[in-house]
Design a protein. Structure first.
Length: 368
């Protein structure tokens, strides 16, 4: 079939919206009509050429929400008309990692997905007979996409897809960092560095876990206001003295749980140093620049602090994204606050510009 898609033709150049060919879903695959898709830093990072594993041409986009339009051979867990959220982090339910409750890093299709292919090592996207590689296994800056069924979370159809699609990436990462990775306990004190999509999700996750005190640090007052809306009890503008100020706020000890959601290794260090001696747990979610190192004075660890990393918030997508969507529908998670701009596919480059200006949290592309 012919589809319209935003193509990264060349690093550092605007995306080009044009017509491509999309082949039918193969065995284990599903054709999804994309209804909404968030524009995320990872798309921009790849478009800029800064990502060493990036490739072009490709169709970017990974925060998709859509409707199942056709099923490949052997797909039995999804039906035509199902509403789905796309997962760059799939869940096969069979590999050694999926069978463990200690990680969400499914091993089933990693290698081919990283190269830009579907699990059988080929692409469904093409133009003039030339294959075009998929991005993050999703390629949702497009009217339609073909994805493996293990990378689709079936959600409640009552959830508007323009909101549900935000559970495809940063929001679930933040929620999951608090709920799955840190397993924040009720009554605890938490600190979240960064109030972008991930940090705000972590604030919401701490609140849902019953944290008593949630301190959020960011550089932007607007974002700190959003953090209050998600449940932050204290907010502060982050700087080189953030640790001292957090210690002052916490009787000199630091917080039970700290979260880093900035991508800065200097802030990661602050997050480690703001964790309480004895049992403080620092969860790192930010993606640092290539070659950057996290400096930690070992004494901080010997005296009982721990550091954990969290990819996609430890969320097993097919199981947990639908649960998050239910909590959103029940009024427990305010997703609308993150949905700053509604744009069309043709405006995708404006979505990047809004993000670079930190204008709002998410622009969402709506497909009519
Ligand atoms: N682990 C994962 O699976 C995963 C998933 C999505 C995104 N990420 C990463 O998480 C990070 C956050 O993503 P995002 O979309 O929320 O980004 P974002 O850029 O929207 O937010 C980062 C925030 O950090 C703030 N910040 C910068 N320096 C600070 C400082 N010194 N003190 C306090 N705040 C400071 C900025 O003001 C900004 O609001 C990025 O590095 C992103 O690549 C990781
Ligand atoms: Zn993303
Ligand atoms: Zn798996």
């Amino acid at each position: 079939m012919k589809i319209r898609a935003a193509v990264l033709e060349e690093f550092g150049a605007p995306l080009v919206v044009r017509e491509l060919d999309l082949a039918e879903p193969g065995p284990g695959e599903v054709l999804v009509r994309v209804v909404a898709c968030g524009v995320c830093h990872t798309d921009l990072y790849t478009a800029s050429g800064a990502d060493p594993s990036g490739y072009a041409p490709t169709v970017l986009g990974h925060e998709g929400g859509g409707v199942v339009e056709a099923l490949g051979e052997g797909v039995s867990d999804l039906a035509l008309g199902d509403h789905v959220v796309t997962l760059f982090s799939p869940q096969c339910r069979e590999c050694i990692h999926c069978l463990s409750d200690r990680t969400n890093l499914c091993l089933a299709i990693r290698e081919q997905q990283g190269k830009g292919f579907l699990p059988d090592g080929t692409a469904r996207l093409s133009r003039g007979g030339e294959p075009i590689r998929h991005f993050m296994g999703t390629s949702t800056f497009a009217e339609y996409t073909v994805m493996p069924s293990i990378a689709l979370a079936k959600i409640n159809p009552e959830a508007p897809l323009e909101a549900a699609c935000l559970f495809a990436c940063g929001l679930s990462t933040g929620l999951g960092a608090a709920i799955n990775t840190a397993k924040v306990e009720a009554g605890s004190t938490c600190v979240v560095f960064g109030a972008g999509m991930v940090g705000l999700g972590a604030v919401a996750g701490c609140r849902l876990q019953g944290a008593e005190r949630i301190v959020c640090a960011d550089l932007s007052q607007d974002r700190l206001e959003l953090a209050r809306g998600q449940g932050a009890t204290d907010v502060m503008v982050g700087d080189e003295h953030s640790v001292e100020r957090i210690l002052e706020l916490t009787d000199g000890f630091g917080a039970d749980y700290t979260f880093e959601a900035t991508g800065s290794v200097a802030v990661m260090r602050q997050a480690v140093e703001s964790a309480r001696m004895g049992w403080g747990l620092c969860t790192v979610t930010g993606v640092a620049g290539k070659g950057e190192m996290l400096n930690v004075v070992p004494r901080f660890l010997i005296t009982g602090r721990r550091v954990a990393g969290s990819s996609f918030g430890g969320v097993k997508g097919r199981d947990q994204v639908p649960q998050f969507v239910e909590r959103y529908l029940a009024g427990e998670i305010d997703v609308e606050a993150f949905l700053s701009h509604r744009i069309t596919l043709d405006q995708v480059n404006e979505g990047f510009e809004l993000m670079e200006r930190q204008d709002g949290i998410r622009s969402v592309i709506g497909f009519s």
